[in-house]
Design a protein around this ligand. Structure first.
Ligand SMILES: Cc1ncc(COP(=O)(O)O)c(C=O)c1O
Length: 420
């Protein structure tokens, strides 16, 4: 139990998902833009691997099976991060690994503001203070390097002990990707302040602004601070396997790795053996896995860009989406219509227009900002047939169910901008 049981509440994103699902079950027609689930079917070959591994009921090694660790090391090495199998720890979700890292790494947590909902909540659970630093104009997932140095110096003066910096490359909630230059600048400041960097790269294969079968390059902080960067990733987003709970981390420093394995051994023991087989299969990246991820990337890009157009045409400011399935629009012009907080605006969109979005405050943003996250991945369909169709469609935005949702959002925004 946390020392103060009110310190962590039900995750805002999971809570909104449950609220929207309850409204739908009661017959309401809600466009669900509030949950970061990849919304795509499981690749057929993955279900075969899983079925074949159903008899694997042993606990297995805490850090992962040799095959899964080897496959993860190959996956990372092919992405320009030379990795030995011994550097890899697998776990039931990268969320568990992030928690273990925060539990073992010393010092307070520095976060880009806004950033993914669970980082700050996990910091609270592990007794860390959070220092939020606004993101720059170009992209989210990193703190503005021009503000970071000053914020760290001031925090130290005020008695905090900044020790860990989490970066999200590419980013949730903004759907953007910090470029190499920005990452280099942030790493220079992190180095000067001796911070350990945790680079959450769970969306790294979903950079959709690149065309072709290969994902665009994500510039990892591990290139700048090789000893002091820990990379986390997983299969929840690229392979839409959130419910399989497959995450992994690249932890080059043996002492940190041993400490994380220690937490793992006392909390979850190991990633379930059948999931280790799935991880080994997927991370070896056979052609059908690459094709599946390339198709997902195209779909995420097409729908996120169409939604971006819908928001900007209505009068919102919004960074163009580059990766994953998110947008983070700013509807400041609506303050003139009496909206004082992002939560008020999100509540109005849900109650009056049946549009579910998650207000920026859930991501640590200024509650008075009229910003919210829009997740587009639940628009792909209501069932496996529709989602498969979206995945293989040359023009997914023209599919009737996706077009209808985009039109609902457009009409709702038009109405809100007209004061309704
Ligand atoms: C930025 C980010 N990191 C980590 C996670 C957690 O992923 P996992 O399913 O591997 O626990 C998510 C899921 O929403 C995420 O958006």
């Amino acid at each position: 139990m946390p020392r103060d049981s009110a310190v962590v509440q039900h995750s805002a994103t999971l809570a909104l998902d449950e609220r929207v699902r309850a409204r739908r079950a009661a017959g309401e027609d809600v466009v669900h833009l509030g949950f970061g689930e990849a919304g795509l079917p499981v690749l057929a070959q993955v279900t075969e691997v899983l079925a074949g591994a159903a008899g694997r009921n042993e606990y297995g090694a805490v850090a992962g099976s040799p095959q899964a660790r080897h496959a993860a090391a190959g996956y990372l090495t092919r992405r320009g991060l030379p990795t030995e199998p011994a550097d890899v720890v697998l776990a039931p979700g990268s969320k568990a690994l992030l928690y273990a890292l925060l539990a073992v790494l010393p010092g307070d947590l520095v976060l880009p503001r806004p950033s993914w909902v669970s980082y700050a909540a996990q910091a609270a659970l592990t007794g860390k203070r959070v220092l939020g630093v606004p993101i720059p104009q170009q992209a989210g997932g990193v703190p503005d390097p021009a503000l970071l140095d000053d914020a760290l110096t001031r925090a130290r003066r005020d008695g905090a002990e900044p020790g860990v910096l989490i970066l999200t490359l590419p980013d949730n909630p903004t759907g953007t990707l910090a470029d190499a230059d920005l990452v280099a600048q942030v790493c220079a400041v992190a180095d000067a302040h001796r911070l350990t960097v945790v680079s959450d790269e769970i969306y790294r294969d979903l950079v959709h602004s690149a065309s072709g079968p290969r994902p665009a390059t994500v510039h990892s902080p591990a290139h700048h601070l090789p000893e002091r960067t820990i990379v986390t990733a997983g299969l929840s987003k690229s392979m839409a396997l959130g419910g399989y709970r497959i995450g992994f981390a690249r932890i080059p420093r043996p002492d940190i790795r041993a400490a994380v394995i220690g937490v793992a051994s006392e909390v979850w023991s190991s990633l379930p053996a059948p999931m280790q087989e799935v991880a080994a299969y997927v991370l070896d990246e056979p052609p059908e896995v690459r094709d599946h991820i390339a198709a997902s990337r195209r779909l995420h890009g097409a729908v996120a860009c169409a939604m971006h157009e819908t928001f900007t045409a209505a009068g919102a400011h919004c960074r163009p989406p580059r990766a994953g399935f998110y947008l983070y629009p700013d509807l400041e012009p609506l303050r003139a219509h009496g909206f004082a907080t992002g939560a008020e605006l999100a509540g109005h969109l849900l109650d009056r227009h049946g549009i579910g979005v998650l207000a920026g405050a859930a991501f640590g943003d200024d509650p008075s900002a009229l910003r919210f996250r829009v997740a587009t991945s639940l628009l792909y369909g209501e069932d496996t047939e529709q989602r498969s169709c979206a995945l293989t469609s040359a023009d997914p935005v023209a599919l009737p169910w996706i077009r209808a949702s985009l039109a609902r959002v457009r009409d709702a925004l038009t109405a809100v901008f007209q004061g309704e």
